[in-house]
Design a protein around this ligand. Sequence first.
Ligand code: HEC
Ligand code: HEC
Length: 263
Amino acid sequence: MRMKKFLMASAIIAASTSMAAEVISPEDWKLYQEGINPGEIFAEEVGGKLFNKPMGPEGKSCASCHTKNGEVEEKVATAAAYYPKYDKSCGKVINLEQRIQLCQAKYQKVKPFSLKSKENVALTTYLYYLAAGTPIKIDLSEPHVKEYHDYGRYVFTLKRGKRNLSCQVCHEFAVGHVLRMQPLYPLGTQTINGSKGKANASLWPAYRMTKDKVFTLQQRFLGCQKQAGQKKLPLGSKEMVALEVYIKSLANGVELKTPGLRR
Ligand code: HEC
Ligand code: HEC
């Protein structure tokens, strides 16, 4: 038992050594000291502009369908709090990034921006920015969403990769420990080993100070998968959407504070 614990601990430490090398640039440091979140500038300047930009054969912008009297309509301005959601026309649960792609294909009639493109992240961040203050509500009473939630919990606990680590090993079992100067907390609102969770899903998309750009929640998962020596799961895959449903539902009821400002 003791040996097993030791092996697990060394796998976690090995996975986290590269995390220590991350540093914050002097330019960014100055902005934070002035209380400026570059993620908000990105949301407005890049995302907001794209939202209003006419595209496709009919020259439609997102705004031309979703704005009334100069304001983005309520259901779109708060959508970030309710996604991932089940979509009948796709026959599956999709996140906000994929909902944007759906509107691009179906209504703007253009080739959608890819999930890893700066444009998709910008539009997503803009919608999360508009939804700031809205409490997260992932509807677990909807059967498809519940199925994704349960699958997401399974993916969270599944040990994978060369170090045989699962998300759960670090984000539940190691809670209360300090990993490379960063104390580990539960990802939701639950308390584990006496540490209260920080409802992290309410902070993503976030501007990552160590990377100088905005990452979505799924892109943040990719970072952990890489550190843990796991094969990365594709953005938008059933596994990633399921993880997003699971982790976001752990923050149900907590107001979005997006875009966040994270290490
Ligand atoms: C030609 C009109 C049109 C355009 C252009 C359009 N949409 Fe939509 N959008 C709709 C309609 C209609 C729905 C709801 C019906 C559906 O689910 O397809 C919708 C639904 C949505 C929703 C989900 C709301 C909910 O309650 O689930 C979001 C978010 C959204 N659109 C964002 C966008 C964004 C971002 C763009 C630009 C990339 C865009 N839309 C472009 C017509 C449009
Ligand atoms: C080797 C340990 C380890 C594993 C395995 C791991 N993580 Fe992490 N994770 C971390 C550390 C360390 C951080 C950074 C904590 C911080 O910055 O406060 C982090 C940060 C995060 C964050 C962002 C928290 C925030 O708001 O800053 C999310 C979300 C997350 N992990 C999800 C996952 C998921 C999902 C998995 C499984 C695919 C996973 N992690 C696997 C160690 C791990």
